[in-house]
Design a protein around this ligand. Sequence first.
Ligand code: PEP
Ligand code: MG
Length: 537
Amino acid sequence: MKKGIAASKGYAIGKVLIKEEIEVKVEEKVIENVQEEVTRFNKALEASKEQLFKIKEKAEKELGADKAAVFESHAMLLEDPEFAGAVQMGIESNKVNAEKALEDVLEMYSNIFASMEDEYMRERGADIKDVGKRILANLVGKASGVSEYEDNTVVVAHDLTPSDTAQLDKSKVIAFLTNIGGRTSHSAIMARTLEIPAVVGLQDITSAVKDGDSIIVDGIEGIAIINPDEETIKTYEEKKVAYEAEKEELKKLISVKTVTKAGKRVEVAGNIGKPEDVHQVLANGGDGIGLFRTEFLYMDRDDAPTEEEQYEAYKYVLEKMEGRPVVIRTLDIGGDKTLPYLPLPEEMNPFLGYRAIRLCLDRKELFKIQLRALLRASVYGNLKVMFPMISGLEEFLQAKEVVEECKAELKAEGIEVSENIEWGIMVEIPAAAVYADELAKHVDFFSIGTNDLIQYTLAADRMSEKVSYLYNPMHPAVLRLIKMTIEGAHKEGKWCGMCGEMAGDEKAIATLVEYGLDEFSMSASSILNAKKLIMQN
Ligand code: PEP
Ligand code: MG
């Protein structure tokens, strides 16, 4: 038995197919005919584009447009004249073969991305490697397009790139296992979208199995059992049947309104990072969007999104949600989230530093672009806006002043703004929780951000493995703050939601129902299970 990281839920019993990496060994060669070498590179680039186009088409059909979007960044690199130009220059000035020039440029790009602090940006480095491998394979005539698989295949690989994962034929491939990767790696995210079980980070699974071995994949415990005996197979067959039945059963809740045992109607909403994520929230029966982390619109690019771009993104979400509540959080940058084009001062404690609303109130020009976009989009649905990292009343009032300034500007420009926008705050700093009864007099709603609230309350960094034993959502002090926040809101007739991970935590739901939480917001795949648990309490 091998233990790894459970990346996608479910059970599978099948046959191993080891996916070999197409390893191209690059040898440096001095070349005579520079032009010939440049042409060879350009041909490989064109072939890569064509293959990628086909893979993207397949991914769109099987995974949906949002997940296929990862190939946009691959295509972007292939079409980036600077990238192609750098390789060409390498060939011309160093008189080396295309493989070597390409390898040098890839290394330079990868190093830049690998040194970035932000996990999301580091993952872009993996995309570059993926594309680079494809061009290299094309240069030596080894690249593959879309692979064929046999029934009941469990793909075992050192790592799976996004394009590998997208090529998995869901009717044949029933699970996958990899040596490396974590829960947030692209292949893990795609496995959850494909809804096939997966275990990643198994370290040496590729050398522990051979093609044709029978294997059990347990995507719940994060284990793989190689060549299991009859009895184990039987146990897992039963587990699989029970799991599938449970999943089917949960689907019945898609259009059910969530009501607690005491008869209180609560909303179960989804957290999103990109506009296209709304589709998964809807498919899982989400009542609305409880948190749109807008900073993702600002990431993975060279400059801040314009007012127009943001307006389109917010309008898209509001329209797709057809009048259901949509809570959009204003820019929460700083802490662990940085932007390449927005240099922030070096700080000893970035989580306690210049971030979120503090930064927005200081950089009003940046804040106003977002607020104008939100106000303009407000006429397309049921918009609620919240400010992150509010520590006291003054910050909320200042933010509202900037909102009023933007409203006046838009009015002068003859642009319509909805009268029904609600304005709320994230309660993620203990001070805001303690002061909730006063703050509730001024805001329309609260959304408790437990991810940060827990780290600040217990002084236990949410990023640190070493103190993760202290990071406990059920700590009595954390629970008290949550209770105070909900009661504070209710005393003033306001509603209170929660958009931190705790809202979908099986161990916490009963307590949150007891405290009277009005809205639970979480990742789309947790919604149906949360609905079930809320209704049992
Ligand atoms: C939180 O802090 O709980 C939260 C939802 O925000 P983020 O995880 O983006 O900091
Ligand atoms: Mg937070």
